[in-house]
Design a protein around this ligand. Structure first.
Ligand SMILES: [Fe+2]
Length: 331
């Protein structure tokens, strides 16, 4: 499915602060020293600039991910895999009851271009929204010099098993990235590799913990393996997930180190449904009908597994599949 092309419009520069304002469809975006204001025909939402930018660069980098990305309880995106909804208040009962909710559907490529335009203009040198807050500068204040370099860490596809001749995605342990301060107490043994004669250039192994420990970003995949529809990614997490994720399918978490505290809400209303504290070794299946946000008090490692089967979201939305991977009656 596609919709009419909509391009982001530059509404000019704030003469005092230097940031540009933008219009994209029915939405207006502007920022000041501390806050972003998102305005739609029936309302306005104010979001802290740090939270907004950390959410927006991830929404771009994840390709709008599966389901819903809430920047806060009001504004966000829903991925329809070709088109993307921008919504305000659509999943907030109070906004819907007051009749001030708003939703508009765009082509994914147009949203990506719009979000990249906004981020490029609003991110100053010295601030990297993909890093943990303690490892980057501040996004506050007037515009200084635009950050250069990649706005998002793009995916670097491996042509072969990482570490083998011809591999184009360097392992972190040979990339020059240091072990993050939070993992300095871990030991990183190298695996023993015993290849049969003649197979030395076809067999390799590396320590995954060593790889994740060198990640310079948080809440962003360090490593992803995709086998048909089976998607597995590992990440290092610190501070809070900068978005609230609304699932359109089940999602599995395996806590590899430390702990993450998850707040879980009803996807449509935002009402609290539960709280989970995942400690090292815990496994959890997040249902298909919730939104959730994680809080990692210190840097931790998380493995996330997704089922990327096309059309799965429709089967859950129609109730054809239960929102849980296994129910007790089937045991
Ligand atoms: Fe999720």
């Amino acid at each position: 499915m596609s919709v009419a092309t909509v391009k982001i419009q530059d509404l000019g520069k704030d003469p005092q602060l230097g940031y540009h304002k933008y219009q994209f469809g029915g939405f207006k975006f502007e920022r000041d020293m501390y806050f972003v204001r998102v305005t739609w025909p029936k309302g306005t939402q104010t979001i802290e600039v740090d939270r907004f930018l950390r959410a927006m660069v991830r929404d771009i980098g994840w390709g709008f991910f599966y389901g819903w990305i809430f920047f806060d309880d009001v504004f966000g995106t829903q991925n329809h895999y070709g088109t993307v909804d921008l919504f305000a208040g659509t999943y907030s009962k109070a906004h819907r009851d007051a009749g001030v909710d708003f939703l508009e559907t765009f082509n994914s490529a147009d949203v990506r271009e719009a979000f990249e335009t906004i981020c490029k203009n609003w991110i100053n040198e010295g601030y990297d929204p993909l890093r943990a807050p303690m490892e980057t500068g501040s996004p506050l204040g007037p515009k200084t010099k635009e950050a250069d370099g990649p706005l998002i860490r793009g995916f670097n596809p491996a042509r072969r098993m990482m570490g083998l001749p011809g591999d184009t995605a360097p392992r972190s342990d040979s990339s020059g990235h240091p072990i993050n301060r939070a993992f300095s107490d871990l030991t990183f043994d190298k695996p023993d590799i015993e290849a049969e004669p003649g197979f030395e250039d076809q067999v390799y192994a590396f320590n995954l913990y060593d790889h994740i420990a060198r990640s310079d970003v948080t809440w962003n995949p360090s490593f992803t393996s995709i086998t048909r529809a089976c998607i597995c990614c590992v990440t290092s997490e610190e501070h809070m997930l900068p978005v609230i994720h609304g699932n359109d399918r089940n999602e599995w978490f395996i806590q590899l180190t430390d702990e993450i505290h998850w707040n879980i809400q009803d996807k449509n209303t935002g009402s609290p449904r539960g709280r989970i504290v995942m400690k090292s070794g815990d496994v959890c299946a997040m249902p298909a009908d919730i939104r959730h946000q994680g809080f990692s008090p210190r840097r931790s490692m998380l493995m996330v597994l997704e089922n990327g089967t096309p059309g799965l979201q429709d089967r859950y939305a129609k109730g054809e599949l239960e929102p849980f991977p296994i129910t007790a009656s089937r045991w």
